[in-house]
Design a binder for this molecule. Structure first.
Ligand SMILES: Cc1ncc(COP(=O)(O)O)c(C=O)c1O
Length: 383
């Protein structure tokens, strides 16, 4: 329990409305499309395409369902393999399990924290020799950092394996000057409540491949045939986004550029205020991209700092400040113990000492002072 209940809680990454959302929600009500179809849903997809540059997109009820649609559409089924990042959120790979397929986890690159392309290449080479190539490769773009997509796609192209980018945390981030995920077969974004923009819950599947998006649109709407009565040749899902939530998304997209700038400022402020602390290393920005800094993340060397990341999390919580450890690698999770990991040491070491700091875009200077003062009170530097 916090010692300072009178102090307002500082959350990790709370929703931040632009102010126009209610007007769009009102329009949704006026249209009476209180349904997973309607003008705001169309407009949200249009705005999303305009801002990200993707040619086609499909708004769905969350990021997990978008990944599921991509897996299903790429023909991932029982007995197939998918190579995925191990350092990620469970929703990234659970759709592989929904398809009864197998996961092979790939370790992180120490510099970017994302899937290590060298390990991926070695594993693909090995699987090609064994005649057991995967149906897809699923790299996560972690905490707003683009993965090295040119390199990943080049490797996968040699084996004709499609890449689906899990960009759930990275909307607004750039890879070589364009939106993340652009050169993958498809990319997935999340609008969960803690993401850089939110529709409370929601997701987007985006691609330049019209057929893939159309097929997923069909699957996401119960795979209904285009006839008057209800005719089904396949079993689909009820995965479309609500028109009311899409209205929130339109207002949120208007603020995306500002949110990215503010997330980057928050990161810079942390660097300025606590960048001198011994043992602290912030996640570096890869040279090829522009991070959206969804969360400011760092590792702490307890020998140098005199306290562990756990000590810091506990101290922050006592001050009513939310922080959390880095994702626990999925190859260490009981739910996935039957699957192989290639490497694993880097992601494990990031989990062992990594921390996610509060990164809300509405945080002010006083909030940042509170967080940084508490952090300073924990380690060697307090004295
Ligand atoms: C990396 C990653 N993948 C997938 C998801 C799943 O998205 P959703 O929560 O919208 O289903 C999330 C976040 O929630 C995520 O962070």
């Amino acid at each position: 329990m916090p010692n300072s209940p009178t102090q307002k809680r500082i959350f990790l990454s709370p929703p931040h409305m632009s102010g126009t959302e209610l007007e769009y929600v009102k329009q949704a009500f006026e249209s009476n499309y209180i349904a997973p179809v309607g003008p705001q849903l169309k407009q949200f997809e249009h705005v999303f395409r305009e801002i990200t540059g993707f040619e086609h997109c499909l708004a769905v009820c969350n990021g997990t369902s978008a990944i599921h649609l991509a897996m299903r559409s790429l023909g991932v089924e029982a007995g197939d393999k998918v190579l995925a990042s191990t350092l990620t959120f469970v929703g990234s790979v659970s759709p592989v399990i929904f398809q009864n397929a197998e996961i092979v986890f790939i370790d992180s690159d120490r510099h970017t924290w994302n899937m290590d392309p060298n390990i991926l290449e070695e594993e693909l080479k090995r699987l090609a020799v064994a005649g057991d190539l995967p149906k897809a490769v699923l790299p996560t773009e972690l905490y707003g950092q683009a993965c090295d997509l040119d390199q990943i796609v080049k490797i996968c192209d040699q084996y004709e394996v499609p890449v689906v980018c899990d960009s759930a945390e990275s909307l607004g981030a750039h890879y070589r000057g364009r939106s993340v995920g652009r050169d993958a077969q498809a990319a997935v974004f999340s609008f969960n409540g803690n993401k850089i923009i939110t529709t409370s819950s929601g997701g987007m599947l985006a691609s330049d491949d019209a057929d893939l998006i159309e097929h997923c649109r069909y699957l996401a709407t119960q795979a209904r045939q285009p006839v008057r009565h209800y005719e089904h040749h396949d079993v689909g899902y009820n995965y479309r986004m609500s028109n009311v939530l899409a209205a929130i998304g339109i207002g949120q997209m208007e603020a995306l550029a500002d949110r990215v700038n503010r997330k980057r400022e928050v990161f810079a402020e942390y660097q300025q205020r606590i960048g001198d602390l011994p043992g602290w290393t912030f996640m570096a920005e890869a040279k090829y991209g522009r991070c959206n800094r969804w969360l400011t993340v760092a590792t702490i060397d307890p020998e140098l700092f005199g306290a562990t990341h756990e000590d810091v999390i506990v101290a922050l919580e006592a001050e009513n400040i939310e922080s959390r450890p880095v994702w626990k690698p999925l190859h260490l999770q009981k739910a996935f113990s039957q699957f192989r990991v290639v490497g694993g040491e880097v992601s494990t070491s990031l989990f062992d000492c990594g921390i996610c700091l509060p990164s809300g875009t509405a945080m002010d200077s006083a909030d940042l002072d509170r967080v940084c003062k508490t952090i300073r009170s924990v380690g060697n530097t307090s004295r």
